[in-house]
Design a protein around this ligand. Structure first.
Ligand code: ADP
Ligand code: MG
Length: 208
C-alpha cells in the first residue's frame, strides 16, 4: 500500500531523511519511533505530498506520488487521515461540525453525513459531547474528535503523528487503544511516538 524506495529529503544542506526504503501492507499497524528531529513528521509530509522527496520515489496504492498532478493532490490526501499532537480542531465549530466538515466539502448528502457522524461519535465514545465546542473538551476528548474527523471520509490509512504528545497517561492509553481498535476494523494505522508506554499498550506490533 505504501512503498518508499531510497527516499531522501534534504532541507538546505541537511538530510531530514536519507535513503529510506520500506513497505507498509494494507491492514498493518506500524509504530514509528525516533528522537525529536529524526524525520518522523517529514515522513508523514512526504506521504501526504506536502513535501516532495529530493531523491527516490514513493508509491501509494501503486501510484507514484511524483505523477500526481496539482489538481489531483486533494484526491490523494483524502486517502490518508492525519492526526496531530495538538488536535487542530476548528474552535468555532462544535464537535459534530468538526467531524462533518470534510464530508460536506466533498458534497456528501445530509442523511449520509448524519449517519456517518453518528457512527463516528459512537466509535470514539463522544455522543454526549456532540454539541460541545473544542474549548469545552479535555485533551483526550479533543484527540478523539480529531480521530473521528480523520476517519470521516473513510481513508485507507490513518497517520497519527505523536497523538499522545499532550496527554496524560490514562488519556494516552485510551487514544492508543482506540487507534488499535480502528486498525482491527481494517484501516492501516501508522503511529509516531517517543512515549515508551505506547509500545506496551500496542502489544506485539511492527516497529520502525
Ligand atoms: P521529527 O518529527 O522526528 O521530530 P522532523 O521531520 O520534524 O522530525 O524534522 C527532521 C529534520 O528536518 C529536522 O532537522 C528539522 O529541522 C528539519 N525540517 C523539517 N521540516 C523542515 C522544513 N520545512 N524546512 C527546513 N527544515 C525542516
Ligand atoms: Mg514531529
Amino acid at each position: 500500500m505504501i512503498v518508499f524506495s531510497t527516499v531522501s529529503k534534504l532541507f538546505d544542506d541537511e538530510y531530514a531523511l536519507q535513503d529510506v526504503s520500506l513497505t507498509v501492507e494494507p491492514g498493518e499497524l506500524v509504530m514509528i519511533t525516533g528522537p525529536s528531529g529524526s524525520g518522523k513528521t517529514t515522513f508523514m509530509r512526504l506521504l501526504t505530498r506536502e513535501y516532495k522527496p529530493t531523491t527516490g520515489e514513493i508509491l501509494f496504492d501503486s501510484i507514484p506520488l511524483s505523477k500526481i498532478s496539482a489538481g489531483q493532490i486533494h484526491h490523494h490526501r483524502r486517502k490518508i487521515g492525519v492526526i496531530f499532537q495538538d488536535y487542530k480542531l476548528l474552535p468555532e465549530l462544535n464537535v459534530w461540525e468538526n467531524i462533518a466538515l470534510a464530508l460536506s466539502i466533498i458534497g456528501t448528502k445530509d442523511d449520509e453525513i448524519e449517519r456517518r457522524v453518528t457512527d463516528l461519535l459512537d466509535l470514539v465514545s463522544l455522543t454526549d459531547k456532540a454539541f460541545h465546542f473544542p474549548i469545552q473538551l479535555s485533551g483526550g476528548e479533543a484527540q478523539r474528535v480529531s480521530i473521528a474527523r480523520a476517519l470521516s471520509t473513510a481513508p485507507k490509512v490513518i497517520f497519527a503523528d505523536e497523538p499522545t504528545g499532550n496527554l496524560d497517561s490514562t488519556a494516552s492509553k485510551n487514544i492508543i487503544l482506540l487507534l488499535k481498535k480502528i486498525n482491527s476494523l481494517g484501516t492501516t494505522v501508522l503511529i509516531t511516538t517517543h512515549n515508551h508506554d505506547v509500545q506496551k499498550w500496542l502489544g506485539e506490533t511492527r516497529h520502525i
